[in-house]
Design a protein around this ligand. Structure first.
Ligand code: ADP
Ligand code: MG
Length: 275
């Protein structure tokens, strides 16, 4: 039996004498649409077999390219965001962390907070899932098409310090302002010097009502005065941060050591599960 002819050979070549396959290859390269090139032949076959209209065929082609871009764009944004580890909301055990109110979580799940330029603040002792949840929402936001940047408070301050030294602080804040979601992890682990506190304050106020933040801290707001070395600065910062925010107070023992209850015999089945 002779080799089945490709769609392009069958359908287009004889009529016009043009090398349509080569044209499509060239045009999709020029458009940077490799997924369109990859699917066009298969879709053309289906279109002929199922008598699609020209418009239906075009829509199907574009649909493939758009979904390929969406998913690879999401991956690209996740890499650019620099999460410390890949942690998803699906992996988070909300039964273990009951203080994370389901309704709040469901509301945040819609990602409306990014569009509304609101914030989320996770407060709680070490190991209660603050970084995990911040990352989980960050990844969701990336997948939904938002640019995200993750760093610890100390790293953000170091970055702003650098910009300040170079005389580009304003430009840096403007640049960061174009990122719809900034994640600031671990506020409070290291107390800030006065200048660092001031830079951090500028970061928070530059984003107030303009772009979202997710902030995590092991310190309750009542102790942020100690963190920033100044009650007034801390109060002004908290004010801007929580004015449009969901504040989630996480409670309980560290998830990392949840099975290491020294007074309890751990059944063998659970022992592998230490983190
Ligand atoms: P924190 O930032 O509050 O110190 P992490 O988010 O780093 O805590 O959590 C510590 C570890 O425990 C991480 O590996 C995280 O994935 C895991 N973890 C914490 N809470 C939960 C939970 N409720 N469900 C699943 N994993 C959790
Ligand atoms: Mg953490």
């Amino acid at each position: 039996m002779p080799r089945a002819k490709t769609v392009v050979e069958q359908a287009d070549r004889p009529k016009t004498g043009r090398d349509v396959a080569a044209e499509i290859a060239y045009l999709t390269r020029a458009m940077k649409a490799p997924s369109l090139l990859a699917c066009v032949e298969r879709l053309a076959e289906r279109a002929r077999a199922e008598s699609w209209t020209h418009e239906e065929f075009l829509a199907a082609c574009l649909q493939r390219e758009v979904s390929a871009r969406d998913s690879s764009g999401g991956e690209q944004r996740i890499r650019t965001a620099r999460f410390p580890a890949r942690k998803s909301l699906e992996e988070f055990d909300f039964e273990h962390q009951r203080s994370a109110n389901r309704q709040t979580i469901a509301h945040l799940g819609t990602l409306d907070f990014v569009a509304a330029k609101e914030n989320i603040v996770f407060l709680g002792p070490p190991g209660t899932g603050k970084t995990h949840l911040a990352t989980g929402w960050g990844i969701r936001a990336c997948q939904a098409g938002h640019r995200v940047a993750f760093a610890t408070a100390a790293e953000w301050v170091a970055r702003l310090h650098e910009a300040h030294r170079n005389g580009t602080l304003h430009a840096e804040l403007v640049k960061l302002g174009r990122i719809p979601l900034l994640i600031i992890d671990e506020v409070g682990y290291i107390p800030f010097e006065a200048e660092a506190a001031n830079l951090f304050f500028q970061l928070v106020s530059s984003r107030y009502e303009r772009a979202s933040m997710i902030v995590t801290s092991n310190m309750p707001f009542g102790r942020w005065g100690e963190v920033f070395g100044d009650e007034v600065v801390a109060a002004a910062m908290i004010d801007r941060l929580v004015h449009h925010a969901e504040v989630v107070a996480l409670k309980g023992d560290s998830y990392r050591v949840r099975n290491r209850d020294l007074g309890r015999q751990v059944p063998p089945a659970e022992q592998h599960d230490h983190r």
